[in-house]
Design a protein around this ligand. Structure first.
Ligand code: S3P
Length: 446
């Protein structure tokens, strides 16, 4: 059930003692969505251990069921997906409601684009405000047809093309969702689909497609741009997937431990894919005491246990080229920057304006309300920290944005005065159990 049908749930964070303990944050959201979709397209039974059981991913599970896959959760928490094979998805009888999930919506649209399917998509108020033209444009090149609201927004109806020709597409914005939507459309297209990424983004789709047996090749040019080719209409073999803990979720307890004096925590089996690790790279540059212990590979993705100790952070410049590897982490980085000494300039953040909420404005206005020194300069956010947390004492509107809610709760764990969030229900989209985990580390949330 979507959280918009229940009543708002406010939460406030107050400074407590040092945080301590070890825990595993929930499974990676990006990988969980993809595991369900590729499992649905394989021939046979895929198993997924550590799937994120957050609302966004449960929407994708439901969408795959609506299109003919059998998706079940075992009593042991392992999910099984009996796939229908590439080309075997069937037409959903009902509107597909993707809730808050931008990734789910855009990637499932990629699948529909080259199946003989007419489907209608909707979502919550946040998702209905987000731009879909970025996928409508490339999927139209495969011959899919769309009827969307003004500005290319949901609800929309689309009709897939049952006899598509392959496409070569240069992704105009750095977006793993757009790249992945094109690759998933290419799966049921005869011939070779090519995606060119001027700037590399998370490569979970590529890694997983290879794991399922697709013929996919990635060429990295000297300038860092990537050319990905996929041979269409493969027979995908089912996989046993183990989902790493989500680095984008680990970011919140990690920064909490850094800014609450005396803290030391361990976050287990966190994904360390270099195309996702920009936040931790930046925190290390800021002087964070973070050790990567037991580095290993799980189901084609690198993971490590992160040991994090409270640290005196200093401001740094975060180059625009790093944005794709930490695009979801700027709100929590801005909180860390507000507690650091000196200026942190986060550059090239235009994409933050089209996330679950306008995160660019939410960060600037929220930090200012908490007494931090912060300014916007074009697409940059500049935070000047005084070497101690800002005073806090504000109530922040989450606007259906899980990461804004968690970022400001973390600030409240270190600031003099408590920080309140008007409604934290959106947190369940990516990090069910966030409040319980933080309380287990010793945080004061009520
Ligand atoms: C995601 C890609 C990113 C990210 C989102 C997850 C993905 O979005 O913000 O949370 O799983 O591919 P963009 O592709 O819009 O950058």
């Amino acid at each position: 059930m979507t959280h918009t049908t229940t009543t708002p749930h406010p939460l406030r964070a107050r400074r407590a003692g040092a945080l301590a303990g070890a825990a595993r944050v929930p499974g990676d959201k990006s990988i969980s969505h993809r595991a369900l979709m590729m499992g649905a397209l394989a021939v046979g039974r895929t198993t997924v251990e550590g799937l994120l059981e957050g609302e966004d991913v449960l929407r994708t599970a439901e969408a795959m069921r609506q299109m003919g896959a059998t998706v079940t959760r075992g009593a042991d928490g392992v999910w099984t997906i009996d796939g229908v094979g590439v080309g075997g998805l069937c037409e959903p009888a009902e509107v597909i409601d993707m809730g808050n999930a931008g990734t789910g919506a855009r990637l499932v649209m990629g699948l529909v684009a080259t199946h003989p399917i007419t489907a209608c998509f909707t979502g919550d108020a946040s998702l209905r405000s987000r731009p879909m033209k970025r996928v409508i444009a490339p999927l139209s090149l495969f011959g899919a047809e769309f009827m969307a609201r003004e500005g290319g927004r949901l609800p929309l109806a689309m009709r897939g093309n049952p006899s598509p020709a392959p496409v070569s597409y240069t992704v105009p914005v750095a977006s793993a969702q757009v790249k992945s939507a094109v690759l998933l459309a290419g799966l049921n297209t005869p011939g070779v689909t090519t995606v060119i990424e001027p700037v590399a983004t998370r490569d979970h789709t590529e890694r997983m497609l290879k794991g399922f047996g697709a013929e996919l090749d990635v060429r990295v040019a000297a300038d860092g741009s990537r050319t990905i080719t996929l041979v269409g209409q493969p027979r995908l073999s089912p996989c046993a997937i183990v989902v790493p803990a989500d680095p984008s979720s680990a970011a919140f307890p990690a920064v909490a431990a850094l800014i609450v004096p005396g803290s030391e925590i361990v976050l287990e089996a966190v994904g360390t894919n270099p195309l996702r690790f920009g936040l931790f790279e930046t925190l290390l540059e800021m002087g964070a005491d973070i050790a990567l212990e037991n580095p290993r590979e799980v189901a084609g993705e690198p993971v490590a246990d992160l040991r994090i100790k409270a640290s005196a952070l200093k401001g740094v410049a975060v180059p625009p080229a790093r944005a794709p590897s930490m695009i979801d982490e700027y709100p929590i980085l801005a909180v860390a920057a507000a507690c650091a000494t000196g200026e942190t300039r986060m550059q090239g953040l235009a994409e933050l304006r089209v996330k679950e909420s306008n995160r660019f404005d939410a960060v600037v206005n929220g930090l200012a309300a908490c007494g931090a020194t912060v300014r916007a300069e074009g697409d940059d956010i500049v935070v000047t920290g005084a070497g101690e947390p800002p005073k806090g004492g504000a109530t922040i509107a989450a606007n259906l944005d899980h990461r804004i809610a968690m970022a400001f709760l973390v600030l409240g764990m270190a600031s003099d005065e408590p920080v309140a969030i008007d409604d934290v229900r959106a947190v369940d989209t990516s990090f069910p159990g966030f409040a319980a985990m933080m309380t287990g580390f010793g945080a004061d949330l009520a």
